[in-house]
Ligand binder design. Structure first.
Ligand SMILES: [Zn+2]
Length: 130
């Protein structure tokens, strides 16, 4: 896989060392990909088109061709780690190297906004150290 931000690398390495073959195949389908989301910057009839670079998921982060988001905060494309990758990591939450920030409830859009889920996806798990 290509080089990515350190936070991305950390989760990738965490998973690559622990996933079984089935999990690995799912991770490959949801690998991090650098992508650009076009959006409008400014207003009052002088809006310019800009591009926001972010790390998205090869499967979950789809930007329809030709689309431009109304503003940066409107970029509602899932960022990596996507919910699927976070769900892959969740059974490993007891691992001392697991980070709370990887939990599914912290899935974010490329804009940085949290994705609000319609239902609670958290599953009970033991706290680290127990
Ligand atoms: Zn994904």
């Amino acid at each position: 896989m290509a080089h990515h931000d350190r936070s991305v690398e950390d989760l990738l390495n965490f998973l690559l060392m622990r996933l079984d073959e089935t999990g690995f195949e799912q991770l490959v389908a949801h690998e991090p990909t650098r992508m650009m989301a076009p959006y409008f910057e400014g207003g009052g009839g002088r809006a310019e088109t800009r591009g926001a670079m972010f790390t998205g998921c090869a499967t979950c982060s789809q930007i329809p061709a030709g689309s431009v988001f109304p503003s940066y905060l409107h970029i509602n494309v899932e960022a990596w780690p996507c919910l699927h990758v976070r769900s892959l990591a969740l059974p490993l939450a007891d691992d001392p190297d697991y980070r709370d920030g990887w939990q599914p409830e912290y899935t974010r859009y490329a804009s940085g906004k949290l994705i609000h889920q319609d239902h609670d996806l958290r599953q009970p798990h033991q706290l680290a150290g127990q």
